[in-house]
Design a protein around this ligand. Structure first.
Ligand SMILES: CC(C)(COP(=O)(O)OP(=O)(O)OC[C@H]1O[C@@H](n2cnc3c(N)ncnc32)[C@H](O)[C@@H]1OP(=O)(O)O)[C@@H](O)C(=O)NCCC(=O)NCCS
Length: 181
C-alpha cells in the first residue's frame, strides 16, 4: 500500500509518476494540444489551457514521465458545479457527496499509449483519494470510449449516463463512474 509520504510511483518499464510542478505546465499544455487534435479531448479547447489544467480546487495533480519526457497527466479534486458523478454517487450510495473526490484531466500522449501509463495515473489518483478517506468518482464524455474502456478494465462501476447542458441547445452525454471497492 502507498504511503502518503511516498509521492513517486515507478513501474518496471521506467514510467515515473510524480506530483506535477508549475514547471511542467508548458509541456502539459503541449501534450494536451496533441490529445485534443487527435481525440477531441477536451471537447472544447480552453481559452487558457494552463489555467484549465491547474484550477485552484485541486487536491493533487500528477504527471507521468518516460525517458524524461512528459507522457501523461491526471488530477484529483473536490467535486465542483460541473461534476455530475459526486451527486449521482451520493444519491445511489446514501453518502454525502462531500466524501467523493473527482479524478479528471486524464490524458496520455498519443506516442506513449498502450503501455499502462493511463492505468498507472488512475491508480495513483485513486490511492491518494483513499488516503484522504474519499471515494474516487469521475465523469467521462460518452464519446471518450478509450477512457471508458480503461476505467472499466480497472474495475470502475458505471453509475449512470446523464445529459449535461453545455450551453444553449447543447446537450452532452456524460458517463458517471465510481471506483470499485
Ligand atoms: C484513455 C487514455 C488515458 C488511456 O491511456 P493509456 O496509457 O493508453 O492506457 P493504458 O495503456 O493504461 O490502458 C489500460 C487499459 O485500458 C484499456 N484501453 C486503453 N486504451 C484503449 C483503447 N483505445 N481502446 C480500448 N481499450 C483501451 C485497455 O483495456 C487497457 O488494458 P490492457 O492493457 O489489458 O489492454 C488515453 O487513451 C487518452 O489519453 N485518451 C484521450 C483523453 C481522454 O479521453 N481522457 C479521458 C478524460 S475522462
Amino acid at each position: 500500500m502507498l504511503s502518503p509520504c511516498v509521492p513517486v510511483l515507478e513501474d518496471p518499464y521506467g514510467v515515473l509518476v510524480r506530483p506535477r510542478t508549475d514547471r511542467d505546465l508548458d509541456a502539459c499544455v503541449r501534450v494536451l494540444a496533441e490529445v485534443h487534435g487527435r481525440d477531441g479531448y477536451p471537447v472544447d479547447w480552453p481559452d487558457d489551457p494552463a489555467a484549465w489544467l491547474a484550477p485552484p480546487s485541486d487536491l493533487a495533480t500528477w504527471v507521468a514521465e518516460t525517458d524524461g519526457r512528459l507522457a501523461g497527466h491526471v488530477r484529483l479534486s473536490r467535486g465542483g458545479p460541473g461534476d455530475a458523478a459526486p451527486g449521482v454517487w451520493s444519491a445511489l450510495s446514501g453518502t454525502d457527496a462531500a466524501a467523493a473526490a473527482v479524478i479528471s484531466r486524464l490524458f496520455v500522449a498519443p506516442s506513449a499509449r498502450g503501455q499502462g501509463i493511463g492505468a498507472l495515473l488512475v491508480q495513483r489518483a485513486v490511492a491518494a483519494a483513499r488516503e484522504r478517506g474519499l471515494w474516487p468518482v469521475l465523469d467521462v464524455v460518452a464519446s471518450d470510449t478509450a477512457a471508458a474502456a480503461l476505467y472499466e478494465r480497472l474495475g470502475w462501476r458505471l453509475l449512470a449516463t446523464v445529459d449535461q447542458e453545455w450551453g444553449p441547445g447543447r446537450t452532452v452525454a456524460v458517463r458517471c463512474y465510481a471506483a470499485g471497492a
